[in-house]
Ligand binder design. Structure first.
Ligand SMILES: [Fe+2]
Ligand SMILES: [Fe+2]
Length: 189
């Protein structure tokens, strides 16, 4: 897989600020992968592709889903910004020929889910803690991400859920089940 091509594609499709976020994510994913024993190249590819369709508008997202026979869930119909994870995963598979584990990491980078793989956790966390990110709790999450993956995931899920509540948005069930899974299966086992 040619990371330079993926980086060029992201640069073409994204504005400056989001491209910087993606480059930050690439570096952070690589660091996390080396730290936790995942494949750094896979982690970088997933990071470069994760927001590749993020700047597509609602119409473009819906059209893409229709063209690729993707059935949109009830929540994504209203929370249409969640669609970028689904369309980016499909693009990763069909256009960039990425292996399934990379596509799945891209697919769940926004909501998280139950039974996440190491690569999925790495992208989920890198998206939160890459160097351009700035939110209350980011310093703590950066520390946790290199100390204890399960604690970091729980903290990230909690930050995400609090943010969704504060903005009065619909909470995706995958986020709730991901958070409960981490708490029940990964922390208290
Ligand atoms: Fe995203
Ligand atoms: Fe992102």
């Amino acid at each position: 897989m040619d990371l330079n091509i993926l980086r060029e594609e992201a640069g073409k499709k994204l504005g400056e600020k989001r491209f910087k976020h993606v480059l930050g994510c690439e570096k952070e994913s690589e660091k996390l992968a080396k730290h936790w024993g995942a494949n750094p190249c896979d982690a970088r590819a997933a990071a470069l592709l994760h927001d590749i369709t993020k700047e597509n508008d609602r119409e473009e997202q819906l059209k893409f889903c229709e063209n690729h026979c993707i059935i949109i869930g009830d929540i994504e119909k209203t929370e249409w910004k969640l669609l970028h994870a689904i369309t980016a995963a499909e693009l990763s598979r069909s256009v960039y020929n990425m292996p399934v584990d990379i596509c799945e990491a891209v697919r769940y980078h926004t909501t998280g889910k139950e039974n996440m793989t190491l690569l999925q956790k790495i992208l989920y966390l890198a998206d939160f803690i890459e160097p351009t990110r700035d939110f209350l709790g980011v310093v703590k999450l950066r520390r946790l991400a290199y100390r204890n993956l399960s604690d970091a995931m729980l903290y990230a899920f909690n930050c995400s859920i609090k943010d969704i509540m504060e903005r009065d948005r619909v909470l995706h069930p995958d986020t709730v089940s991901g958070r409960n899974w981490i708490l029940k299966e990964e922390i208290r086992k």
